[in-house]
Write a protein that binds this ligand. Structure first.
Ligand SMILES: NC(=O)c1ccc[n+]([C@@H]2O[C@H](COP(=O)([O-])OP(=O)(O)OC[C@H]3O[C@@H](n4cnc5c(N)ncnc54)[C@H](O)[C@@H]3O)[C@@H](O)[C@H]2O)c1
Length: 275
């Protein structure tokens, strides 16, 4: 049994809670949800109606101090880049291990430094999940050898790019073929497309870094889901990994594999086996 804190109550959190209902043998000891103040009563109602049995005790709040006072064993951020800036330095420096889903936020070097300092100060761990992609274990291992060449391509249907910079650059509704909407470094991708470049950021952090990770973002009217592919070349090994994932039902920008990866971060902290 663990005490869990979740920051954000959108698509990832609610899908995650639905999965936890199925996979947990025993309820969590305690669950804190941190949401925006204006959603508190709505979140309370949804928790009561749909997720009451995920934990023995629930606490819904918009105040991060409440989460800290509830002493979670693990905190999961799934709220967005602003929430990383607003809450995570405080949570880490208070000593609580935190899984950050909005990995692209770490492309901001000053914010990344403040998170590392906070984790150091609090003797806590900043945990970067594999998220929508896999194979990050091998990439992070090969990083120790160095001399990595890494390129990433993220392909999503045009609708997944709506409301992003691409929407201003082209008419997404009228694309008839695969169209590259961005080509450059993982750092530029993460700052220009914050909601769509978390995978680029994860690969960059695991491997060759934000500047050296070549990134292409693509809108494809024929894509039925979100496709992430990356290639790694180094003197020890080379591999290409391609994941075709369904989008989450609640947010076409988010691949559903992300939610399963975050679930694994939780279940790996329960029970005798970590894999
Ligand atoms: N690592 C990955 O591979 C990956 C993949 C997809 C998405 N993500 C990240 O996960 C984040 C969440 O995704 P989602 O699909 O659940 O988005 P979503 O928009 O459905 O949900 C986000 C929720 O967080 C809430 N929120 C925003 N700021 C907050 C704050 N300061 N405090 C508390 N709550 C706050 C919003 O009200 C919303 O309910 C995305 O913003 C993205 O950065 C990561």
């Amino acid at each position: 049994m663990i005490r869990l804190g979740i920051i954000g109550f959108g698509n990832i959190s609610t899908t995650l809670l639905t999965l936890l209902k199925d996979v947990l043998e025993d309820p969590l000891e305690h669950l804190t949800i941190v949401c925006r103040p204006e959603y508190e009563s709505q979140v309370n109602q949804i928790m009561r109606e749909d997720f009451n049995d995920v934990a023995l005790e629930n606490s819904i709040t918009s105040n991060i101090e409440t989460l800290i006072n509830n002493k979670p064993n693990l905190v999961v951020e799934c709220a967005g880049h602003d929430a990383v800036t607003e809450h995570i330095p405080q949570v880490l420096s208070a000593g609580f291990d935190t899984v950050v889903a909005s990995v692209g936020a770490l492309a901001d070097a000053a914010l990344a430094d403040s998170l590392y300092d906070a984790a150091h100060k609090g003797k806590a761990r900043l945990i970067i999940p594999a998220g929508a992609i896999g194979g990050v274990d091998l990439l992070a291992s090969l990083k120790k050898h160095g001399k990595l060449e890494v390129s990433y391509r993220g392909i999503k249907p045009p609708a997944a790019w709506s409301g992003t910079l691409a929407d201003k650059l082209m008419n997404l509704d009228h694309l008839s073929e695969e169209t590259v909407i961005f080509s450059g470094s993982a750092r530029e991708a993460a700052s220009n497309y914050p909601k769509n470049a978390n995978v680029a950021a994860t690969i960059a952090l695991a491997g060759a870094g934000f500047e050296a990770t070549k990134t292409e973002l693509v809108a494809d009217p024929n894509a039925t889901g979100n496709i992430h592919e990356y290639s790694v070349n180094c003197p020890l090994a080379h591999y290409t990994l391609r994941v075709e994932s369904l989008p989450s039902s609640g947010n076409s920008k988010t691949s559903v594999t992300t939610v399963y990866s975050i679930m694994r971060e939780i279940t790996n902290r329960i029970g005798p086996i970590v894999i």
